[in-house]
Design a protein around this ligand. Structure first.
Ligand SMILES: [Fe+2]
Ligand SMILES: [Fe+2]
Length: 326
């Protein structure tokens, strides 16, 4: 499948006007931003539309595992913080849908693609949040991985995407810290609380590393995306950074990373880690994760339940326009 996708993209690029393509690539190479009305190769438009809409879907679906704990947060303070965080994620989804729309696909089309199962979102959100410690682990690891991915995207070649990332990254860094702080409190608490924190780390560690996507050798379109500055670092590079940053944080908490092969290499200055079970990743991606069906069902229901509100907005706008015209 990967080769076919790659071949398809190459073929698409070969049909572009060579002069326009060269001018476009020179601008990208000079670190200029490409804006919505500028000429761009069709393959660039398609890759970005897929990437940004997938990112938007992940923000929106990502609200669900955490929304699960808003009504059960252990204190008013925790509830207020979690509410603010989940609301931020809704905002991220909205900026990103808007950025993707500038490439010519409507929000309606993107949402339909999500609801029909055609569009993907991050596999991480198909895992359940079983205890309060999971909210800590999600903030620490999942938002942590998101930052690792998104900080470089502030310099990606497409202007609207790069600019959306500036605010998103500031908010993600608050999310990561609030998660880590939950872990700190639980690890300094009772033996049961510390056990919960360890259990959450055990369940979230590997799925978080999978968030960076398949190994470089397996990754679709990597070289082209790197040349067009859609992708600034490879999946494996970002994953390595995540491990290097996170292992000392786990040690500080007094927790054990669930990887018997993990060891620090004093020569390279990096942690070496065990093999990732990619069959699990593929299985979740195919729709067989613990919560895929539930997540999609909840999204579709939220959309259907909101129909009256969307209709009311349109009716109000029509009424205002009619009054202005009169
Ligand atoms: Fe986010
Ligand atoms: Fe976040």
């Amino acid at each position: 499948m990967y080769t076919t996708e790659f071949e398809k993209q190459k073929k698409l690029v070969s049909t572009e006007d060579p002069e326009k393509l060269a001018a476009f690539e020179a601008r990208v190479a000079a670190d200029e931003f490409i804006e919505p009305k500028d000429w761009m190769p069709e393959a660039y438009r398609r890759t970005l539309t897929r990437q940004i809409s997938q990112h938007a879907h992940s923000e929106i679906v990502g609200m669900l595992p955490e929304g699960n704990w808003i009504s059960r947060a252990p204190s008013l303070r925790r509830k207020a913080i979690l509410l603010a965080k989940v609301q931020d994620e809704a905002g991220h989804g909205l900026y990103l849908y808007s950025a993707a729309e500038t490439l010519g696909t409507s929000r309606q089309e993107m949402i339909e693609a999500l609801h029909s199962g055609k569009a993907k979102y991050s596999t991480i959100f198909n895992y359940p949040t079983l205890t309060w410690a999971d909210i800590g682990a999600v903030g620490w690891l999942v938002d942590g991985a998101a930052i690792m991915n998104q900080v470089p995207l502030q310099r990606t070649s497409y202007g609207p995407y790069a600019r959306a990332m500036v605010r998103v990254c500031k908010e993600e860094s608050f999310h990561q810290r609030q998660g880590y702080e939950i872990m700190m409190v639980m690890c300094a608490g009772t033996a049961d609380q510390k056990r919960m924190a360890q259990d959450a780390l055990n369940r979230w560690w590997w799925p978080s590393l999978m968030m960076f996507g398949p190994s470089d050798a397996e990754s679709v379109n990597s070289a082209q995306s790197a040349q067009w500055r859609i992708k600034l670092f490879s999946n494996d590079e970002l994953r390595q950074r995540m491990v290097d940053q996170t292992v000392p944080q786990a040690e500080f908490l007094g927790l054990t990373v669930p990887d018997p092969d993990l060891k620090f290499n004093t020569d390279t200055g990096h942690y070496e880690f065990g093999a990732i079970d990619w069959s699990e990743f593929t299985n979740v991606l195919k729709g067989n994760g613990p919560c895929n069906k539930e997540r999609l069902k909840t999204r579709v229901k939220a959309w259907d339940d909101g129909a009256w509100f969307r209709e009311a907005l349109v009716a109000y706008a029509d009424k205002k326009a009619a009054r202005a015209a009169a």
